[in-house]
Design a protein around this ligand. Structure first.
Ligand SMILES: [Ca+2]
Ligand SMILES: [Ca+2]
Ligand SMILES: [Ca+2]
Length: 496
């Protein structure tokens, strides 16, 4: 089951007042509110989970009730549940039962970056020991205790007023000064909050400060509108050479002190500051880069109050034009092509092979076509390009493209001549002894052939006027075709 941007409100059932996820099931809930549901006979006011895998993120679970255990949620003999960046408030279990917010029985769970406010009989109650991890959660106003302590780990949790904007009327956004601000972890945190606001917004001097810090606990990230600069957007490479990339972005703030630049190869942004730029800067160039390589740029706008998330974009340097290929093994209709080594491009660079004389591109199977086919040099290997005209000096060149699909110029062409065909035919009443069809390199010599008449007939001449029965053609520079003629002798009628 997947529940996105939904509201489950005011339902009742014997078990699992709002949602009942039964065994052998999985469920994902995000951007959703489960409120004012009630379980009239058993566990799980808002939701009971007895399946294999549950993920609840960026959700509000508010004011649900049950007569037994788990006012908000009940995890009951289930597989694994992960609950992250949720806000639980005012859920209630039955009197003399446990877990106003969450009740966990014989289940594994990971509960992170979540607010528990206004629950009695423990905000979280785990009936077993050491099956669940609890970290970076906020507890406030849970009179019987935050948890019964049976957690495998409970780390980095905080106490304090979340300062909801207006909980009584269902507004669980955080106000400036909330104890939830910047006390969450970035690990596994959803990229946006329940409103779709990108995390994190780091308020300097509050909670965790620094790069990739400032994640709030709960379903909402506190925005500090007008205080902390809005993040830039549209980070992208605007131009590139084989060794440099110029980046651009949109400056969305009018209150920034400057921009912090992060730069790395690959797509995983390493949180190392590469540069700091002044107000209203919208471009940055970096050089001395590797050829045909992907890089990522991150940009944060900051002032003395803080910074929002890091906007990111990636781009590629260009591929170098290839060197000339190596041509070998000519036949009258094909050449073998090997892409030249040492052009300076990385091995994952893709190439297309162009036959200048035919005006066509090599296809993956070696035939020629009008469209480019891109493969690495290793994938091309030694490709036999067929469909070439015989006895022709062919020019073959190679083009490279980078990982972003930007093509280089064609490299220099290599030249090689396809072979010539030397063909000997016999007119009626005779045969050819020797190789009647010969493939000859340009300027090469053929092997001897002899015109032999059928018994009772006589050899006359070859079609080029030669009268010796045996001939050897030499210094072949074009396709040649000769026919041996025989006389109409006694047996002519028979053999015709
Ligand atoms: Ca902070
Ligand atoms: Ca924050
Ligand atoms: Ca600005």
């Amino acid at each position: 089951m997947t529940l996105i941007s939904s509201r489950v409100y005011g339902n009742s059932a014997e078990v699992g007042g709002g949602i009942n996820v039964r065994s052998d099931s999985c469920a994902t809930l995000t951007f959703s509110t489960i409120s004012n549901n009630s379980a009239k006979k058993y566990n799980g006011g808002g939701l009971i989970f007895r399946g294999d895998y549950l993920e609840v993120s960026d959700c509000k679970i508010i004011g649900n009730t049950t007569v037994l255990n788990g006012g908000g949620l009940c995890l009951y003999s289930s597989g694994f549940a992960t609950i992250i960046n949720c806000t639980l408030s005012g859920n209630q279990c039955g009197e003399s039962y446990q877990g106003g917010g969450i009740y966990i029985y014989n289940s594994f769970s990971e509960i992170t970056n979540t607010i528990f406010e206004g629950h009695d009989n423990y905000a979280i109650y785990e009936s077993d020991s050491d099956l669940s991890n609890l970290s970076h959660c906020l507890f406030f106003n849970n009179p019987d205790g935050d948890s019964n302590g049976n957690f495998n780990a409970a780390t980095n949790c905080v106490s304090g007023d979340p300062l909801f904007v207006d909980a009584a009327n269902g507004d669980f956004h955080l106000q400036d000064g909330s104890a939830a601000i910047d006390c969450g972890t970035s690990i596994s945190a959803p990229a946006t909050d329940m409103d779709g606001v990108a995390r994190p917004v780091d308020r300097y001097g509050v909670g965790y400060d620094g790069e990739n810090e400032g994640y709030d606990i709960g379903a909402y990230e506190c925005l500090f509108a007008g205080i902390i600069p809005d993040a830039p957007s549209d980070v992208a490479a605007t131009s590139a050479t084989t060794q440099s990339i110029t980046w651009g972005w949109q400056d969305n703030s009018d209150n920034e002190t400057g921009f912090t630049i992060y730069f790395t190869s690959g797509t995983e942004l390493s949180w190392t500051v590469a540069d700091t730029l002044t107000t209203n800067t919208t471009s940055w160039t970096t050089s001395s880069l590797a050829v045909n390589t992907q890089y990522t740029l991150g940009v944060r706008a900051f002032n003395n109050m803080g910074a929002r998330y890091c906007a990111q974009g990636d781009g590629w340097t260009l591929a170098l034009p290839p060197v000339a290929p190596t041509l070998s093994n000519p036949t009258p209709f094909s050449l073998d092509v090997t892409i030249g080594a040492g052009d300076g491009n990385p091995a994952y660079t893709k190439y297309a092979v162009y036959c200048d004389t035919m005006g066509l591109w090599a296809q993956a199977n070696g035939t020629l076509g009008s469209s480019k086919v891109w493969q690495t040099a290793a994938n091309w290997g030694t490709a036999t390009i067929s469909g070439l005209s015989g006895g022709t000096l062919h020019r073959i060149a190679v083009m490279a493209r980078n990982g972003d699909g930007i093509e280089s110029a064609l490299g220099p062409a290599a030249e090689a001549r396809t072979q010539m065909t030397l063909t000997y035919n016999a007119a009626p009443c005779g045969i050819i002894e020797g190789d009647a069809v010969q493939w000859i390199d340009y300027g090469g010599d053929g092997s001897p052939v002899t015109a032999v008449p059928v018994l009772g007939n006589f050899f006359v001449d070859w079609s080029d006027g030669l009268t010796t029965t045996t001939r050897v053609d030499t210094n072949i520079t074009t396709n040649l075709n000769f026919t041996a003629n025989f006389n109409p002798g006694v047996a002519w009628i028979l053999c015709k």
